[in-house]
Ligand binder design. Structure first.
Ligand code: UDP
Ligand code: MG
Length: 338
């Protein structure tokens, strides 16, 4: 509707423009001062040594007889008149456009004042084109679980799952599974990123998480408590992931952040590396993962901290103590039995 009005306005403008051009051309025919190509002005800059035989500009022409009738005065400010023509057209077009737009506005029905997006009869687009998340935070609870590599995210998640009935989704585990899936077009990319402690492009991880959430919800027995409550472990590790996930999948309720000194995380990872079989539990990959965490993932924690959505837990003590602290803080934030 708006587009067709726009087209109509444009057509009217073009018609106005051609009418105006025709009028000016007719004027120019009768009045050479308005010749659109500004022949006199051009000639004055021309290399032709004697462009106008009637011109009085040649100093040698002063020898012409005084009995001859005086030559017609040269056109005044011919250069400026030539420049004036396009301005006249522009002003005419602008005035026409203003009048047309004013008229069109008056004819438009008033915008419904519902405040709801996409209401019937609404002529202007809704205020935002943001996609609606796949899951509503009213039906689905998402807690992000963050912390450096080796901070103990997986360990604490396992305990919360068994006591409170969450579904645990580890972004790292989903990526490793995708890497191993025969025929995956992302296998090589994921392998390379994991080995170098780099972040896999967010589209891949966000999609894997959304698929896993949808599958959990779809296959859950009726009334299952854990089906719609997710602990998303090791994600988001980068701001673009955080924004994308909350925009297209589901807004998160909070971030559980396990804070641990690097020396302690390194000790744990080297220990785990003896048996984990993980390609990134070695000294070189660990160093890269730490750097990525500090440079790329900490800004995500800081972003949520500013929004008051972070529960920070000191992850240095024993797993039992960390769990006790975690539970206490979750109860405070979400209520008993969260
Ligand atoms: N990873 C990623 N995006 C994510 C989560 C993980 O690219 O959102 C990759 C990244 O290379 C990371 C690796 O997967 O270093 C291992 O992640 P995981 O969460 O398993 O590591 P953890 O924190 O448990 O040591
Ligand atoms: Mg982990």
């Amino acid at each position: 509707m708006a587009a067709s009005m726009h087209r109509q306005t444009w057509r009217q403008l073009m018609r106005l423009h051609s009418q105006r051009t025709a009028t000016l051309t007719a004027t120019a025919r009768t009045c050479p001062r308005f010749l659109p190509v500004a022949a006199p002005a051009r000639r004055s800059y021309s290399s032709n040594p004697n462009p106008n035989p009637n011109s009085n500009s040649n100093p040698n022409s002063g020898s012409s007889s005084s009995s001859n009738p005086p030559p017609p005065p040269p056109p005044r400010n011919s250069g400026q008149e030539v420049k004036f023509w396009p301005f006249a057209v522009l002003i005419a077009i602008a005035s026409g456009a203003y009048v047309l737009l004013t008229r069109t506005r008056q004819e438009m029905p008033a915008r419904p004042n519902s405040g709801a997006s996409g209401g019937r009869g609404q002529l202007l687009p809704p205020p935002s084109n943001k996609p609606t998340p796949a899951f509503s935070p009213r039906d689905v609870t998402v807690l992000f679980v963050l912390g450096g590599p080796g901070a103990g995210k997986g360990t604490q998640c396992a305990r919360l799952v068994s006591e409170y009935g969450f579904t645990h989704l580890s972004a790292g585990d989903l990526l490793r599974a995708e890497q191993e899936r025969p025929g995956s077009e992302f296998g090589a990319l994921i392998k390379d990123c994991i080995k170098n402690g780099a972040i896999v492009p967010m589209e891949v991880t966000v999609q894997l998480l959304e698929n896993a959430m949808a599958e959990t919800i779809r296959s859950a027995p009726k009334g299952s408590k854990s089906a719609a409550r997710f602990l998303i472990d090791g994600f988001p590790r980068k701001m673009d992931q955080a924004l994308k996930f909350e925009e297209v999948v589901c807004p998160a309720k909070l971030v559980l952040f396990f804070d641990c000194p690097e020396a302690e995380m390194e000790r744990r990872l080297m220990e785990r590396g003896k048996t984990s079989g993980r390609a990134d539990d070695n000294a070189e990959s660990i160093r890269k993962r730490f750097r990525t965490f500090v440079e790329t993932s900490m800004p995500v924690v800081e972003h949520y901290e500013k929004e008051g959505r972070v529960i920070k837990v000191d992850a240095t003590p024993t797993p039992d103590d960390v769990y006790k602290d975690t539970k206490g803080k979750l109860v405070k934030f979400l209520g008993e039995g969260f």
